[in-house]
Design a protein around this ligand. Structure first.
Ligand SMILES: [Zn+2]
Length: 305
């Protein structure tokens, strides 16, 4: 089994520490109503600096979950990967109703699945650079709209055809249970699915329900203290580890704004390794468990070829 990166398939052993839910090249600045210029990320000296810090922390793989309609740029991702000798796994799919391109509302689930299948098997953005997962497939805050449900069904079709794993977006941690219902209704093998933004879900019982299904869950907004404090995320993670779910947890920061970057006064991508991991170590989390969350779980989840 191989992992499909933007520079080609790689053996899972080539993957070291991994950030499971990030954005490197991304543009929601036009889509957002406020024409928010902060919501744009691109190849830049600031990004080069951030990536060098990650590499110095032992991270060599980034799962890039920007998809169609989010300013994804396969060519730019490939250039960044080559420049830094970094593994980047790119995504196909559609994000959430408020940012869908208009055709998503018009096309059938089969037609949407066909687009995703083509991007996994042939290439994205008029290149031969292929997507390595179906992500981030989202629902709205406390709601899965009709069109979002159609996109979930299309993602399931694309997953069943290609074997590519699915990673989701739970808006502020909500709707995981309802997303699970859709996957189970369509008999998806749940260890091929990872639920996003579960560190923002304060309902531990729901997190446990998702984990019991066999799925992965992501603590992937580390550093976004305005939603929920990192110290609470540490305590929450400890509960799940104590319950024995260390084989189904993965970590990331979900950088989505220029102002998150160190060069703009933010905490940067490396916050995960610089601050959050040391906080876990201080609480007694062993290297073995850290390696599972950062290395072994991503290897298992991402391999499908
Ligand atoms: Zn998201």
């Amino acid at each position: 089994m191989k992992i499909q990166t933007v520079t080609g398939p790689v053996d899972p052993q080539a993957i070291h520490k991994t950030m499971i839910h990030e954005h490197l090249v991304f543009d929601l600045s036009e889509v957002r109503q406020e024409k928010d210029r902060d919501s744009k990320l691109e190849d830049s000296p600031q990004l080069d600096h951030e990536i060098q810090l990650l590499i110095d922390s032992g991270c060599n793989t980034i799962v890039e979950v920007s998809n169609i309609g989010m300013g994804r740029d396969a060519e730019a991702l490939s250039e960044i990967a080559h420049k830094h000798d970094l593994n980047i796994v790119a995504s196909t799919g559609f994000y959430k109703e408020s940012v869908y391109p208009s055709f998503v509302f018009e096309k059938s689930k089969e037609e949407l699945a066909e687009i995703m299948i083509r991007e996994v098997l042939e290439g994205m953005d008029e290149t031969t650079i292929r997507a390595g997962l179906i992500a981030e497939i989202g629902s709205s805050y406390e709601e899965i709209t009709k069109t979002e449900e159609k996109v979930f069904q299309a993602s399931i079709l694309a997953h069943k055809t290609t074997g590519a794993p699915i990673s989701t977006h739970c808006e502020i941690g909500t709707m995981g249970r309802d997303q699970l219902d859709i996957f189970e209704k369509h008999h998806v093998d749940m260890n091929r699915v990872s639920f996003g933004h579960q560190d923002l879900n304060e309902a531990v019982e729901e997190q446990l329900l998702l984990l019991k299904s066999g799925a992965y869950i992501q603590f992937d907004t580390i550093g976004k203290n305005s939603y929920r404090k990192d110290t609470d995320k540490v305590d929450n993670l400890l509960v799940l580890i104590e319950r024995g779910y260390e084989d189904q947890l993965m970590l990331s920061c979900d950088i989505t704004r220029k102002s998150h970057l160190k060069g703009y006064g933010g905490y940067g991508y490396n916050h995960l390794f610089e601050n959050f991991i040391p906080a876990l170590i201080e609480k007694g989390i062993t290297n073995e468990i850290l390696d599972k969350m950062l290395v072994h779980n991503p290897r298992k989840f991402l391999a499908f070829l």
